[in-house]
Structures are given as structure tokens and as C-alpha cells.
Unconditional design. Structure first.
Length: 289
């Protein structure tokens, strides 16, 4: 009887489980194929100086051009890539592709820009990341200062003592490091001081309500002044409105990314932007305050 019930339970739960596992497996196999068959690409979102609208670089954001589904968002496949460990070869592909792109732009004579790549927690803790970076930079002869890494708080805080060593090594190589999505995780201020971080990115969830929530405004001001007092550059992400821009200018945020300036765009479009003067006309500061 118990056995029968057990079997019933099994039969009751199995189809759902299998469906989920199958979906995961399909995604996993799909990602493997994507790597082999060149279905991945990088799009570039300009990083713009607030003071003059100058484009200083871009963040490389991965896109998966699925043969059937069309463009798949990284939010849908990066988590699976992290769980399965596929993030390691994918991350390596991202670093190599970004460096080869920088090399191609140098050969074309494009003015120097930086490219920031996102590094997931698992990839950051991986022993060989430094080797991958070294090889990518060496083989393309791209100056290390043109390559930036974006790491999240969870990526650095899971093993802070190892992070300190890692950041020192990255500094020796000359690669710059940003703390991404700042404010959404749990960073200890003590570690923030000890980490060799070059810049901090205010998470877009704070930027979104900057002009309507006094709490989010307070957090943004705090992040800007904290980062500046630690000699770090501040980048606001997800800037969509002129009012948000006004606020960020008033509190001397250094750079911005967001739809107000540009969405992530293909490499050729980003290169044209830089070639055509490398400026994005920003709305003038409003005088309504
Ligand atoms: P993230 O690194 O924080 O990137 C910012 C995300 O905000 C990007 O989404 C970007 O397209 C989006 N965004 C930029 N400006 C605006 C705006 O004004 N409004 C709104 N609503 N969104 C804006 P995306 O490209 O979908 O990437 C999502 C996340 O996926 C990234 O967040 C990053 O965590 C991850 N990701 C993307 N590419 C890679 C990669 O190559 N490697 C790894 N490990 N993660 C990646
Ligand atoms: Mg990022
Ligand atoms: Mg971010
Ligand atoms: Mg984010």
C-alpha cells in the first residue's frame, strides 16, 4: 500500500519535475550550441560623461540570437549559465570578443574608448580568470586600461579576502574594476575601503525613483559622496529622464548609462557614434528647481 502510494506520488510529481528539468536541459544544450555556432553577440551601451556628453566607453552586454526564439535576453539565460557552470566558457568568450573588438577599433584608428565586461560571481571566483584576461590582452595587444570588469557585490563579498588578492592582481595587470548594481547587495563599508575598486555603479532601481522617492534620492547622494571620498568614479545606470539627469548633475555623478542617451547597440553603430565626434547631446539642466 505504502509502495503504491509512493508510486502514485512519484507519478503525480514526475511530469512537472521532468518538464522543468527538460526546459533547463534544453536551455543548457541550446547555450552549448550557441557557443559553438556563433549565436552569441555583444551589444555596446555608451557610458557618457555627465559634464560634456562625451562618450568615454561602453558596457558590453551579451545577446543570444536564437535561431527559433530570436533575441533572448541575458536575464533569461545568464542564471542558467551560472548554475550549470557554462558561464565560465561564455565569460571567456565575452572577454575574448571584447578584446578582439577593441583591437579592431584600434586598427581602424577609432579614438580610444573603454569596454566594460560583466563578470559573474562564479567566473570571478574561478582560478583561471587572470590567465584568460592576460591571454586575451596579450594576443590582441589591447592596453589593459581599455578593458574594465563589472563585478557585483555578491561576486566580491562571497569571499572578500580572496577578492582583495584578486583585485590587487587585476590592478597589477592594469584592468579597471567597477562594482555593479551597487546598493542591491550587502557590501560592508569596511571592505569597500579595502577593495581596490575604480568605480561604482548606482543600481538602476535607485535611479528609477530618484526624483519621486526621497529615500532613493538619499541613497544615490550617499553612494556618490562615499565613492568620491574613496577616490572612485560614479556611474549611474538606467537613466531615462531629463529630471534624473538634472539630479545626477546636481550631485556631481561622473558618468551615466541609460536609454536617455542610448540603448545597447551593435558594435558598428557604437563605432559610428565614436567616429562622429563621440558626443551625445544631453538635455540642458532645467532651471525649474
Ligand atoms: P547589468 O550589468 O546591470 O546591465 C544593465 C542592464 O540594464 C542591461 O540589461 C541594460 O540593457 C539595461 N539598461 C540600460 N539602460 C537602461 C535604461 O535606461 N532603462 C532600463 N529599463 N534598462 C536599461 P541587459 O542587457 O538585459 O542585461 C541584464 C543583466 O544581464 C546585466 O545587468 C548583467 O548582470 C547580465 N549580463 C549581461 N551581459 C552579460 C555578460 O556578458 N556576462 C555576464 N556574466 N552577465 C551579463
Ligand atoms: Mg553591468
Ligand atoms: Mg548594473
Ligand atoms: Mg543591473
Amino acid at each position: 500500500r505504502a509502495k503504491e502510494q509512493g508510486r502514485n506520488d512519484f507519478r503525480f510529481y514526475a511530469p512537472e519535475m521532468n518538464a522543468r528539468m527538460l526546459e533547463r536541459l534544453e536551455l543548457e544544450n541550446g547555450l552549448r550550441r550557441a557557443l559553438e555556432q556563433d549565436e552569441l553577440e555583444l551589444h555596446y551601451q555608451p557610458k557618457v560623461e555627465l559634464a560634456h556628453g562625451r562618450v568615454v566607453g561602453a558596457e558590453a552586454l551579451i545577446r543570444w540570437r536564437h535561431p527559433v526564439l530570436g533575441m533572448v535576453s541575458p536575464a533569461d539565460f545568464i542564471p542558467v549559465a551560472e548554475e550549470t557552470g557554462l558561464i565560465v566558457p561564455i565569460g571567456e568568450w565575452v572577454i575574448n570578443t571584447a578584446c578582439r573588438q577593441l583591437q579592431a577599433w584600434r586598427e581602424e584608428g577609432l579614438p580610444d574608448v573603454s569596454v566594460a565586461v560583466n563578470v559573474s560571481a562564479r567566473q570571478f571566483q574561478q582560478a583561471d580568470l587572470v590567465g584568460v584576461l592576460d591571454e586575451a590582452l596579450r594576443s590582441t595587444e589591447v592596453p589593459a586600461r581599455q578593458l574594465h570588469l563589472e563585478v557585483t557585490e555578491s561576486g566580491v563579498m562571497s569571499n572578500p579576502e580572496r577578492t582583495i588578492v584578486m583585485l590587487r592582481t587585476l590592478k597589477e595587470i592594469g584592468v579597471l574594476v567597477s562594482l555593479d548594481d551597487f546598493g542591491t547587495g550587502y557590501s560592508s563599508l569596511n571592505y569597500l575601503k579595502r577593495f581596490l575598486i575604480d568605480s561604482v555603479k548606482i543600481d538602476q532601481s535607485f535611479v528609477a525613483d530618484l526624483t519621486t522617492s526621497s529615500e532613493d534620492a538619499a541613497i544615490a547622494r550617499m553612494v556618490i559622496s562615499l565613492a568620491h571620498s574613496l577616490n572612485q568614479t560614479v556611474v549611474a545606470e538606467g537613466v531615462e529622464t531629463a529630471a534624473q539627469l538634472d539630479f545626477l548633475r546636481r550631485y556631481h555623478c561622473d558618468q551615466m548609462q541609460g536609454y536617455l542617451c542610448s540603448r545597447p547597440i551593435p558594435a558598428a553603430a557604437f563605432a559610428s557614434l565614436v567616429r562622429d565626434g563621440g558626443h551625445i547631446p544631453l538635455p540642458a539642466t532645467s532651471r525649474l528647481h
